[in-house]
Every structure is written in structure tokens, then in C-alpha cells.
Design a protein around this ligand. Sequence first.
Ligand SMILES: CSCCC(=O)C(=O)COP(=O)(O)O
Ligand SMILES: [Mg+2]
Length: 261
Amino acid sequence: MGVLPVPAEVRAILLDIEGTTTPIAFVQETLFPYIKDNVKEYLRAHWEEEECQRDVGLLRKQAQEDSSLDGAVPIPLESGSGEEELERVIQAVVDNVHWQMSLDRKTTALKQLQGHMWRAAYATGLVKGEIFEDVVPAIRKWREAGMKVYIYSSGSIEAQKLLFGYSTEGDILELFDGHFDTKIGPKVESESYRRIAASIGCATNNILFLTDVPREANAAEEADTHVAVVIRPGNAGLTDDEKSYYSLISSFTELFLPSST
Ligand SMILES: CSCCC(=O)C(=O)COP(=O)(O)O
Ligand SMILES: [Mg+2]
């Protein structure tokens, strides 16, 4: 097991979810198929609700922005009433969601809808958020040492709170000082990390960001945030250059805080 010393100036640890706290397989093989299998039924059941209409409005706006992309699926406005017209628009939303998911897009519009759909899956016990076993004990230790701990995921804040609120380890939301999603900006843009630091009330170099994705690590580093790339079973492989450039950990227990005994 390796040891990675945490720089003394670090006051907060910022955690990615998929591939960092949580197996990619859980997201790809449980959470995403739930959306693909249930989106049509969900839209039919909730169509008249304000939240659903807001979600569809965001998806429609995103679809307009995406119109020049290869294979993009437009979402028309309802032009009139009647079952057939409703079915036509719902089918377009379903096709758009499937298209975005086939590309694993991280748009805020897609992530908002997904978060709302997972609510029922977690609340009924159909799904429990999976977390690597080293995560909870390590976070407890960090917090005891005075470290703040935040989540930054492309999954919506609502989806994050469901995953950790209904997790295999129980409700562990108390372990986090706050949550960030793509509303603060994409994870591959350095400006997002500056905004997060401002929101937390610290400098970017007071933060250590843990992620499985080198492009995200690169963006954080450009903003002068400390980074380590997390290697977990099922994560995408790293190039030799990435392996030699980044600090790597395969378990949160490998982080060594200056105050740790
Ligand atoms: C937190 S909900 C499911 C995860 C998700 O939708 C996603 O896109 C994961 O992205 P991450 O930034 O956590 O790698
Ligand atoms: Mg990730």
C-alpha cells in the first residue's frame, strides 16, 4: 500500500463519485439502466407536474444547443392537445435522453431528470448507493483531523444526496460539508474549481481533489488545486504518462494527513 502525504495547506478534500467513492459498475449497470428502462413511464406519470415540466424545458433547451451535433434528437413543443400529440413529444424526450446517455453526456438537463427519477428507486429500496469500503472510515478520520469534505460530481446534487442518503453504509450525508454539481460548471473546466473554492471560502490550493478522470484532474490543477487520481477496480486505464505525472491512490486510506498519528 502506498502513502500519499497531503500538503499542509490543504483544508478541504473534494471528492468525485463515479470511479472514486463508488464503483463505475454501480452507475453504469444499475443507475443508468434504471433511467433507460423507466423514462417513458416516468414521463407519462409525471408529465403534468411542475418539476417534470421544468426538466423537459431544460432538456428542450439543451436539445436546441445540441442541434448541430451528429445524431442529435430534437424535442418539439406540444402543438395542440390529445393523446397522440402527447405521446409524440414524450417519445422525442425519451429518444433524446437515450441519445445523450449513449454518449454518457454530463449535461445539467440530463442529470436533473435522472436525479428526480432515482428518488423512487432509492426510497422504495430498489437501489442502494454503493460505496467502496475504505471511504467511510477514511472520511471519518479526515473529519476528526479537522478536514472539511465536499462532493463534486456530474450527478445532480439531488442524485448525490440520494446515493449517500440511501447507501450500503446507511445514511452518511452527515460526513459531507457540502455538494457541488455541474451547476457550478463542468468538471473539465478550471474555472469550476475557482468557483468551488470561492463558495467554500478558501483558496484553490487549500483543496485536494480526488478523481478517476485525468481531464478533471488537469482542470483542477490548472486552477492551482491539489489533485490525486484514484485507481479503482473497473476504472478506465491510465496512460504511462498519466501514471507517472499524477499522484495515484487506490484507497482513501493511502492519504496521510500531517496531523495523522
Ligand atoms: C451521483 S449520481 C450518478 C453519477 C452520475 O450520474 C455521473 O455522471 C457520475 O459522474 P462523476 O462526476 O461522479 O464521475
Ligand atoms: Mg468520476
